[in-house]
Structure formats: structure tokens, C-alpha cells
Design a binder for this molecule. Structure first.
Ligand code: ASP
Length: 354
């Protein structure tokens, strides 16, 4: 049996692989070969590492479903050949890409670990070296206990989902959010505990790990971009929403509501929601709060949304909700099915209490 694990690094760009452009002073992505030069320890980890790179690498502000299809396509194509995948990605949209890949790769049983950094890998205080090394080591990490499920073998990958490694913690990808432009712990998971804490050792919290239900690895790659994300604020003019809801191609809306999912008691707004919903627009309620979730029935101002046909997004992050909606709308126009699947926990992205 082969003992050395094989990991494929997929370099997309971001700060981790950036240098200062001498002309403008701003950060621009560099070639992948220059990144590994800064982390010679990768050669001493006892792991066989290959790499593929976006040509050219991108700032993650430019990421789109086309890039997600590229990454997921590589994972599908190389799935048998490698034990795990590490995706190097900018932090700005890391949570969106993590959500997208988690929904795209149904039945995944190998690690796809996304990481990046706040400081370029060539800088003395960079967080990129530790993030990259630990992400690779976690992608190669395997379980030595006999797992409860009979379908799993001793030696199988510990992580079998799309995850994000950042600031000494591994998180479920579709639970993450970029919280800080400053901190080296920029990525957080507000509603789900870390999967692994990386201190002196990797402390694996095995009860938090995701295990896909039985079934083959299946790629979902249709996204519908006719979706809007609309946060509300006191004193706003609902005429703005009138324009957006008036777009006759609109298919989905994620509403950014107050507290446990509340909106102002405003007739113009309610009428807009009801008529959009009747036209077939799927509307999902996500709180603006950084932690917790929507409980639409808690206040009269939230209950109104249930009456307007708005679907509770529970404790999903905005990133996960937007991407999930884009994917479900890309795959179907059966409104009952979309409603059911938004409310369901597809890849560990929402907590549904029994
Ligand atoms: N603008 C960069 C990006 O997202 C920021 C980063 O990587 O931290 O690509």
C-alpha cells in the first residue's frame, strides 16, 4: 500500500501569491513557482505535492461561477489520482468560493481545503506559510481509528468536505465569512464550531466533521445569476426595491433583515414581496446579525414575511444563502422543490433542529 499521500495544489491567486508592483505600489498576483520557493518545508512534509495554476492568477474579487467550474472540474478530473486538494485563494471572496464548491461537489469524500493569507508569502511576517503548510498537512491527514460507518476504512481522509483553513483553525467552508481586513484570524465561522484547532497538535473535533450520505461524487455546475441580495435599513426608500423587484427576469432574492428576521411593517414593501413571490421569485430571509439565525415566527414583524411567502434562511451565512439560491435556481424552476431545498441542510450549511 502507498504510504505517501498525494495532494494537488490549485493556485488561483490572492494576496498569498502577490508582490508589490514597483510602478503602482499595489499588490498583484505572481506565478506559482515563486510561492513554493518561500515554503521549502513543503518538501520535508513527506507528502507528494503537485500543482496546477490559474493562468493568469486572479484577485479573488474577480471570481465568478466560471472559476468555480474550473476548480471543481479539476477536483472531479483528478479525484482518483489524489488523496486531497488544497486551493490557494484570495480572502475577499473565499467564503463564497467555499460555499460554491461545497454545493457543487455532492458526495465528496476527500478533503478540499481552501486557504490564503492576509500578508503576501514573501513578507517576513506572512501568515501564508503557516496557512499553506497546515492546509496541506490537514489535506493529507487520515483517521487511525476504526470509523463508525462500515463504508469507511481506517486510513481514510479525516476531512471529507470543502473546508477553509485560516488563522490556526479549520472551518466548514459553507459556514465561513470574512470578518476582518486587519486580523490574521480574518475568516470566522459564526454559527458552527471549528473542525480542527491547530496548536502544537491538530485537535480534530471529529463530531463536527461532515460525512456525505451514501452516493457517488456528483458535480452540480449550473448557476443562475438573476439573484439579488438586498439588505434593509431604517429610513430607506422602498422605491429602490420597487425597481429591483420590477426586473422581470429576477428569479431570487436574499433579504438582509434585522435581528431574528424582522422587517418594517410597511405596506409598499409587503406588496412588493407578495407580488414578486406570486410571479415566481424565491425570496430567502437572512439576518444582518453576525451570529445566530432567522426565527421568522418570533415577532409579528417577522411573521409577516412568512405570510408573504418568504423562506427562512435559518442560520446560513449570507454567502451560503446567495450561492445556494443561485445553484438551486440554475438546476430547476420547480418553486416547491427550490423552497424545500433552501430549507433543507444539503451540505452541513444550516442547522435544522429536529
Ligand atoms: N484582494 C485579495 C483577494 O481576495 C485579498 C486577499 O487575498 O486577502 O484576492
Amino acid at each position: 500500500m502507498r504510504s505517501e499521500k498525494k495532494i494537488l495544489l490549485i493556485y488561483t491567486g490572492g494576496t498569498i501569491g502577490s508582490v508589490h508592483d514597483p510602478m503602482t505600489g499595489s499588490l498583484v498576483p505572481i506565478d506559482f513557482s515563486q510561492i513554493t520557493r518561500h515554503v521549502p518545508e513543503l518538501n520535508r512534509a513527506g507528502i507528494s505535492i503537485d500543482s496546477v495554476s490559474f493562468q493568469p492568477p486572479i484577485d479573488s474579487s474577480n471570481v465568478s461561477p466560471m472559476h468555480w467550474k474550473k476548480i471543481a472540474g479539476v477536483v472531479m478530473q483528478k479525484h482518483e489520482e489524489y488523496d486531497g486538494f488544497v486551493v490557494l485563494h484570495g480572502t475577499d471572496t473565499m467564503a463564497y468560493t467555499a460555499s460554491a464548491l461545497s454545493f457543487m461537489l455532492e458526495g465528496l469524500r476527500k478533503p478540499v481545503i481552501i486557504t490564503g493569507s492576509q500578508l503576501p508569502i514573501g513578507m517576513p511576517r506572512t501568515d501564508g506559510r503557516e496557512n499553506l503548510l497546515s492546509a496541506v498537512m490537514l489535506a493529507a491527514h487520515s483517521t487511525h481509528e476504526r470509523p463508525a460507518s462500515t463504508s469507511l476504512q481506517c486510513g481514510d481522509s479525516t476531512v471529507q468536505e470543502v473546508a477553509v483553513y485560516f488563522g490556526s483553525q479549520l472551518f466548514r467552508g459553507n459556514r465561513t465569512h470574512k470578518e476582518s481586513t486587519e486580523s490574521l484570524h480574518a475568516i470566522v465561522s459564526p454559527n458552527y464550531p471549528a473542525l480542527v484547532d491547530a496548536g502544537v497538535d491538530f485537535k480534530v473535533r471529529k463530531h463536527n466533521l461532515y460525512r456525505a450520505p451514501e452516493g457517488p461524487l456528483t458535480l452540480h455546475e449550473a448557476f443562475d445569476s438573476k439573484v439579488a441580495w438586498l439588505p434593509i435599513f431604517p429610513g430607506m426608500s422602498f422605491d429602490v426595491f420597487d425597481r429591483i423587484f420590477g426586473w422581470n427576469e429576477l428569479r431570487g432574492v436574499v433579504l438582509g433583515t434585522y435581528g431574528s428576521g424582522n422587517i418594517p411593517d410597511n405596506k409598499q414593501f409587503k406588496d412588493l414581496l407578495i407580488s414578486a413571490q406570486k410571479r415566481g421569485v424565491s425570496i430567502v430571509n437572512i439576518t444582518q446579525c453576525g451570529h445566530g439565525g432567522v426565527a421568522q415566527e418570533r415577532y409579528a414583524t417577522g411573521l409577516m414575511l412568512s405570510d408573504c411567502g418568504v423562506i427562512s434562511g435559518g442560520d446560513m451565512t449570507t454567502e451560503a444563502a446567495v450561492i445556494k439560491l443561485m445553484m438551486l435556481l440554475g438546476e430547476s424552476d420547480d418553486l416547491t422543490l427550490i423552497r424545500e431545498r433552501i430549507s433543507a441542510d444539503l451540505r452541513g450549511e444550516r442547522t435544522n433542529l429536529e
